[in-house]
Design a protein around this ligand. Structure first.
Ligand SMILES: [Zn+2]
Ligand SMILES: [Zn+2]
Length: 150
């Protein structure tokens, strides 16, 4: 399973709060992560273990840093979310409602499935809110029907 399918919403929130933290290389202290999540430090700490095990963050001297895989995972998350939003918009949901609907599925979908949806939607370049959707990464699904557009 891909990292996104293995993390919880709260772990994703923790990862995002670390990514938003102080400039590169300095690391984010536990109490800042806890504050961003609105929980006490021990609860925040419980989210960091799984992120570290998946190689999405590294921790040293009490500070957390997002790894290259972690940033790639966040980019993929945004892509999953916006492709799902586009799908729900096409299915008839108002733009405002697509965000909530996408939250129900964005962590569960595999990259391959997202790619299939993206292809079915004609590779939208923006979500219903006008935010950019990164082009499909080349992968197994891309050539599925004889080398479709990426
Ligand atoms: Zn695409
Ligand atoms: Zn959007």
């Amino acid at each position: 399973m891909e990292p996104l399918q293995r993390i919880t919403r709260r772990q994703l929130d923790a990862l995002r709060s670390i990514a938003r933290g102080p400039a590169r290389g300095r690391g984010v202290p536990l109490n800042s992560i806890a504050r961003a999540l609105g929980v006490k430090a021990p609860s925040a700490l419980a989210h960091l273990g799984p992120l570290e095990e998946l190689g999405l963050i590294t921790r040293s001297r009490g500070k957390s840093l997002v790894t290259r895989q972690g940033f790639a995972c966040l980019d993929e998350y945004v892509r999953h979310h916006r492709v799902a939003e586009s799908l729900f918009a096409r299915a008839g949901l108002a733009a405002d409602a697509t965000h909530e609907a996408a939250l129900e599925v964005d962590l569960a979908l595999s990259h391959r499935t997202v790619q299939v949806l993206c292809e079915a939607e004609g590779h939208p370049s923006i979500c219903p809110h006008g935010h950019p959707i990164a082009p499909c990464a080349p992968g197994p699904a891309a050539g599925r029907r004889g080398g479709g557009r990426r």
